[in-house]
Design a protein around this ligand. Structure first.
Ligand SMILES: [Zn+2]
Length: 313
């Protein structure tokens, strides 16, 4: 299987934006499985060691939604205390490596026909993504829809609430490379070593679902069975889509530009392999939110697309 993608002009210089081709099939022939003497291959040796992990990670001091709001108001762009309090975030079953709860908010229409999971802060150095989710909770409370929304503004609290926020979680794992896509064991480490030059910001982890944050989302997909996942990132200024259904052409000023898939990514796992549509939003800035009118327009466009294409009305 060969995967290619259109490289955006804005990220030509970035290692994330790479055309990736899976190893040629000839190196892993199907006949090997049927062979009486399967070839023994040496384990992959990454070009560099995985990130060092502190032996004793301090436990999180974020225990309540009020604690989280204190942190988010301090660190996130365009988030006021009233906005965060209106979100009425609650703890769910998930928690981070350091024990921070993965907070969520459900907004349920009386006769909901669809379940939509909206997740921000998968990468800790993209705080605008968490801000957008908080603003959209406000929009969901104002806008009638036939959807059961589950909003998770901050899936990677350990990465975002550090003094110096990091893309990865507390153990240095890129959560969006840690989902169990087929051939992860071979492809994810190989991609990391060869295509990112063992970039520590993109370390996929020692094995799929090695991290409690990615485990939580994986379990949430099985437990709650959302009809759609909306994952919010930054800063590539584009809309991506994986899975069945006709993708949205645009959300606000973000236009569809399917930039490819990566071993272990949520879009690859959910959209391609689980056949669950995944809309990936890449905001234009990691540190600033769009204007209020733009965030509302994105919300309205998302509502219109779910109604037209997923039958939410
Ligand atoms: Zn991201």
């Amino acid at each position: 299987m060969r995967l290619t993608h259109l490289c955006l002009a804005s990220c030509l210089a970035l290692t994330t934006c790479l055309t990736w081709a899976a190893p040629p099939a000839a190196t892993a022939p199907a006949a090997t499985e049927a062979s009486a003497k399967p070839a023994v291959k040496p384990p992959l040796k990454p070009a560099a060691a995985p990130p060092a992990v502190p032996a004793d990670l301090p436990r999180s001091d974020v225990r309540s939604a009020a604690d989280l709001c204190t942190q988010m108001v301090r660190r996130l762009p365009n988030v006021s205390r009233p906005l965060c309090e209106r979100a009425e975030l609650q703890t769910g079953p998930g928690a981070s490596v350091r024990g921070t709860p993965i907070f969520q908010r459900d907004v349920v229409a009386p006769q909901a026909r669809l379940k939509v999971l909206v997740v921000g802060g998968i990468h800790g150095d993209e705080p605008s993504s968490s801000s957008l989710v908080l603003h959209w909770i406000d929009q969901a409370l104002l806008t009638p829809s036939n959807i059961h929304w589950r909003f998770v503004p901050l899936m990677n609290p350990d990465g975002m609430l550090k003094d110096k926020p990091t893309r990865t979680n507390a153990r240095g794992v890129d959560l969006n490379r840690n989902f169990p896509t087929p051939n992860w064991v071979k492809e994810a480490p190989q991609y990391w070593a060869k295509r990112t030059g063992s970039d520590p910001r993109r370390y996929p982890g020692p094995k799929p679902l090695s991290e409690p944050e990615s485990q939580w989302l994986h379990e949430e997909m099985a437990r709650w069975k959302p009809d759609l996942i909306v994952a919010v990132h930054a800063p590539y200024g584009v809309l991506d889509f994986d899975g069945p259904h006709v993708p949205p052409e645009r959300l606000g000023r973000l236009y569809l530009d399917q930039v490819g898939i990566f071993p272990g990514s949520l879009g690859n796992y959910g959209g391609v392999h689980k056949k669950l549509p995944v809309v990936t939003i890449e905001l234009t800035s990691a540190l600033r939110t769009p204007q209020a009118a733009e965030m509302r327009q994105m919300w309205l466009d998302l509502l219109r697309w779910t109604a037209d294409r997923l039958g939410a009305d």
